[in-house]
Design a protein around this ligand. Structure first.
Ligand code: HSE
Length: 420
């Protein structure tokens, strides 16, 4: 049974979108430490504030229940109205003497979400430079044009505490991330392809207790998959992990079940901001294999190269096949599995026709689901695994951790002035 936290907020504090977003970030950081959380909202406008919080959790893909409603099935997060006198927790990100200097690489679906989070707190974050491929594309994003640039290497040499890498792919992202780390920057990235294939280069920077490389968003959007697997691995023996970890494929499979063609379903996933720049990376199962490699490493301490994981995608599936499975009471899902079989790590990605009662079968649209079997039981996780707000929440939670480490453990991090 996981530990239980109660966070109380005064509705008078939850009076703006920025304040709601800050409260969600605070709650999320408790959830990803494996805590079960009850959020109590008191004060005159508590019903309105709970409504806004509910909307924000929904948008970020974090399942929640309302206290007293036993039908929601969301065990980890409950929202409750409280008549207690206001005695609120602060919304609190740590107070920093000077804003964190940030270089942001990439302003796509996730990058723009991260930028919105950052610019809501100029007292905490100073986004000095944002690197994009095409300046003209970002004229209407509400980003100061003087902060935009197109040269990765110039940006990486600018003074900064933190580089957020959201350009994806192995190169040039790999060399850029490495260069930033060598220059003493801390790096937050969502780049599963890079970490899964070049782990040997980056492992030393990702080591606890104060990693300079953080990558929670690489797997599962706002589901804290890697954190949960690592925590369980430290406490118990993990035998097997089964997961639906590609939101695009799951979304496409749901559309195929409605009779939509593969091409139309993929186009819809692209418009929704779930698919990779090249959606064949999703459809082929390669994206799931990269994520599975990171999960296997967290679970078992070693992992297969994602390019060597046995992998079958969903490109060959037709609406007829998917609907026929439904007719038999089954759901086709792209399932990624890794297991430790007498010391050998077995990993595979393939479409499976699951009974409707299977936990993974219940993943809808871009939702991800993960089932971790240990010698002591089974832990299950569900939430939105793709899209702007779920993924940018995971990135920003890493950024908040960097900020907190800087405030509380300043001597252990590179001196902020030394690398300017
Ligand atoms: N293309 C990925 C997916 C994005 O659909 O799951 C999130 O990693």
């Amino acid at each position: 049974m996981s530990a239980f936290d109660i966070l109380s907020f005064d509705s008078a504090l939850l009076n703006s979108p920025a304040a709601i977003a800050q409260a969600v970030r605070k709650v999320y950081r408790h959830l990803r430490c494996g805590r079960r959380v009850t959020v109590r909202v008191c004060g005159a406008r508590r019903e309105q504030a709970v409504g806004w919080l509910g909307f924000a959790f929904e948008q970020a893909g974090i399942p929640f229940g309302l206290a007293g409603d036993s039908t929601s099935g969301a065990e980890s997060l409950q929202l409750a109205l409280s008549r207690d006198p206001p005695q609120s927790d602060s919304l609190g990100t740590p107070v920093s003497a000077a804003p964190l200097q940030i270089v942001l690489l990439g302003l796509g679906t996730v990058g723009l979400g991260v930028y919105r989070h950052l610019c809501a707190h100029p007292e905490l974050f100073d986004v000095r430079r944002i690197v994009v491929r095409d300046l003209a594309k970002h004229r209407d994003d509400g980003v100061p044009v003087e902060r935009l640039a197109t040269h990765l290497w110039v940006a990486i040499n600018e003074p900064a505490d933190l580089v957020i890498e959201l350009i994806g792919g192995i190169e040039p992202a790999g060399d850029i991330v490495h260069a930033a780390l060598l220059r003493g920057r801390t790096v937050v990235t969502a780049n599963k392809a890079l970490l899964a294939t070049r782990w040997d280069t980056f492992e030393r920077y990702a080591r606890a207790p104060q990693p300079r490389l953080r990558f929670s968003a690489a797997v599962g959007g706002s589901l804290p998959v890697l954190e949960t697997v690592a925590r369980l691995a430290a406490e118990q023996t993990i035998e097997r992990v089964r997961a639906v970890i590609n939101g695009t494929c799951n979304f496409v499979l749901d559309e195929l079940a409605q009779g939509t063609t593969l091409a139309a379903a993929v186009a819809h996933a692209q418009r929704s901001g779930f698919a990779e720049a090249d959606p064949s990376v999703d459809l082929s199962g390669a994206d799931a294999a990269q994520k599975l490699s990171l999960i296997a490493r967290a679970a078992f301490g070693s992992a297969p190269d994602p390019r060597h994981i046995s992998c079958t995608g969903i490109e060959q599936l037709t609406p007829e096949t998917v609907r026929a499975a439904r007719g038999r009471g089954q759901r086709i899902r792209l399932v990624a599995t890794c297991a430790n079989v007498r010391g050998l790590i077995r990993a595979q990605v393939r479409p499976e026709a699951l009974p409707a009662s299977d936990y993974l079968a219940g993943a809808h649209r871009e939702e991800n689901r993960v089932e971790i079997a240990t010698t002591e039981g089974t832990r299950r996780l569900a939430g939105k695994g793709a899209g702007r707000w779920p993924t940018s929440l995971a990135v920003i939670a890493d950024v908040d951790d960097v900020l907190e480490a800087l405030v509380h453990h300043a001597p252990a991090l590179p001196a902020r002035s030394a690398h300017r």
